[in-house]
Design a protein around this ligand. Structure first.
Ligand SMILES: CC(=O)N[C@H]1[C@@H](OP(=O)(O)OP(=O)(O)OC[C@H]2O[C@@H](n3ccc(=O)[nH]c3=O)[C@H](O)[C@@H]2O)O[C@H](CO)[C@@H](O)[C@@H]1O
Ligand SMILES: C=C(OP(=O)(O)O)C(=O)O
Length: 436
């Protein structure tokens, strides 16, 4: 089993480049299934475990998919099967995004029902309600969800109870080939939604309003493969911004888009971090003393839940009491217990946590309970005394490319090792070990 070992105390400096966004590339790759003609060429694709998983999903459905040098090409012009293999849906919830494309093109799709996960129950009822409103029949049973439509889907007016990112994407893709106009209200406004709409439009779809709370889609008869470059990953960028801030460092995060990250930038500035826009990214300079603040996660343009745990690591180093309220996922505080192993003073009260800082964090063995929890524990390790060992890296590999190497290049004392190779113990740790 791999572990990441980090020793705190180094200031990070230099430049780091952001990859293409995981949450944009997954829907864009699934959207390429709609094209009954031509090849799609998708650039700036990060080499993430999730991308390899979605590639396998598509290949198993008879699409011809290649992934080389950060470019994915998809040729879906041969007839496809309309069932996604269960093993992949288990690995990655975003596999449910094949439902909309397959339903649009073939009037049928079947996938394993995605389970709950560490951060909450994550139902897909809103995706299914949207399909039903367009005339599809939905059957859920024996661990599968199956959707059917007789003839073309029909454009419809659909109001989402909550602005779900996945439901907005799935419905937008299904509506691309529906007969007539679909109006999707209270939809998600994330930059990744805009990226998907741009790709669909390049394929010949007619989607307007992406990025606002109402999206209108006029269905067309067919879509053709297109070329597209994925937007930068705002969550990876944010993770490096926190790494710079937490170590009092000075880092240029190349590719970070201010427009996609206003809520994060403004919170970090409230904490005393200096952030300035440069031609090719954002420069982040950490202050000597960080100030406490409060934040509430919300759908975009509110504060992103995917940056909540990393900000908690920053707050542990800030002077005063900070409060985080998580409103998007009901169980996204699994990292709190792990931070406590590192001497953090955090209380959970319902959907809020109260963080007292600054504390002297102590290195410990901690588990990455989910993707962003893993990143947050590494960030905390950058300021902790002694060694922090982060385990359960499978989550982290879903969302970060070469995180260890990139942080090491910025000056962090960090390495990824296989369990059996671990022999190093520093002086502090030897003392702790012999004292215990
Ligand atoms: C691959 C991808 O893009 N993942 C992102 C996407 O996940 P994902 O698309 O799964 O997240 P959603 O926006 O759908 O979920 C937001 C909230 O809506 C609820 N909900 C969602 C669908 C539904 O049918 N019914 C329902 O009740 C969820 O339980 C959750 O409480 O957006 C999340 C919220 O920004 C991010 O944390 C994830 O990183
Ligand atoms: C929760 C996340 O992703 P996913 O929806 O792929 O689980 C995330 O990126 O933080």
């Amino acid at each position: 089993m791999d572990k990441i070992i980090v020793r705190g105390g180094r200031q990070l400096t230099g430049t780091v480049k952001v990859e293409g966004a995981k949450n944009a590339v997954l829907p864009v790759i699934t959207a390429s299934l709609i094209a009954s003609e031509g090849k799609s060429v998708i650039n700036d694709v990060p080499a993430l475990a999730d991308v390899y998983t979605i590639k396998e999903v598509l290949s198993n459905m008879n699409a011809n998919v290649r992934f080389e040098n950060n470019t994915v090409t998809v040729d879906a012009s041969e007839p496809l099967t309309t069932e996604a293999p269960m093993e992949y849906v288990r690995k990655m919830r975003a596999s449910v995004l094949v439902l909309g494309p397959l339903l649009a093109r073939y009037g049928h799709a079947k996938v394993a029902m995605p389970g709950g996960c560490a951060i909450g129950s994550r139902p897909i009822d809103l995706h299914l309600k949207g399909f039903e409103a367009m005339g599809a029949k939905v059957h859920v049973g024996n661990g599968f969800v199956e959707v059917h439509a007789e003839g073309r889907l029909q454009g419809a007016k659909i109001y989402l109870d909550v602005p779900s990112v996945g439901a907005t994407e799935n419905i937008m893709m299904a509506a691309a080939l529906a007969e007539g106009r679909t109006i999707l209200e209270n939809c998600a406004k994330e930059p990744e939604i805009v990226d998907l709409a741009n790709f669909l439009n390049k394929m010949g779809a007619r989607v307007i309003g992406a990025g606002t709370e109402t999206i209108k889609i006029d269905g067309v008869e067919k879509l053709t493969g297109a070329e597209h470059t994925i937007i930068p990953d705002r969550i990876e960028a944010g993770t490096f911004m926190v790494a710079a801030a937490i170590t009092g460092g000075n880092v240029l995060v190349r590719g970070a888009e201010l427009e996609h990250m206003r809520s994060l930038v403004s919170k970090m500035e409230e904490m005393g971090v200096k952030i300035s826009e440069e031609v090719d990214g954002l420069r982040v300079i950490g202050p000597k003393n960080l100030k406490a603040t409060d934040l509430k996660t919300l759908p975009h343009p509110g504060f992103p839940t995917d940056m909540q745990s990393q900000m908690m690591a920053l707050m542990l180093n800030a002077k005063g009491t900070s409060v985080i309220t998580e409103t998007v996922f009901e169980n996204r505080f699994m990292h709190v217990e792990e931070f406590r192993r590192m001497n953090a003073k955090i209380k959970i009260e319902g959907r809020s946590v109260i963080v007292e800082g600054p504390v002297t964090l102590q290195g410990a063995e901690v588990a990455a309970t989910d993707l962003r929890a893993g990143a947050a524990l590494i960030l905390a390790g950058l300021t902790a005394e002694g060694y922090t060992r982060v385990t359960e890296l499978k989550h982290l590999d879903r969302g970060y490319v070469d995180l260890t190497e990139k942080l090491a290049q910025l000056g962090a004392d960090i390495e990824r090792v296989n369990d059996e190779d671990i022999v190093i113990v520093d002086a502090t740790e030897k003392q702790q070990t012999s004292a215990s």
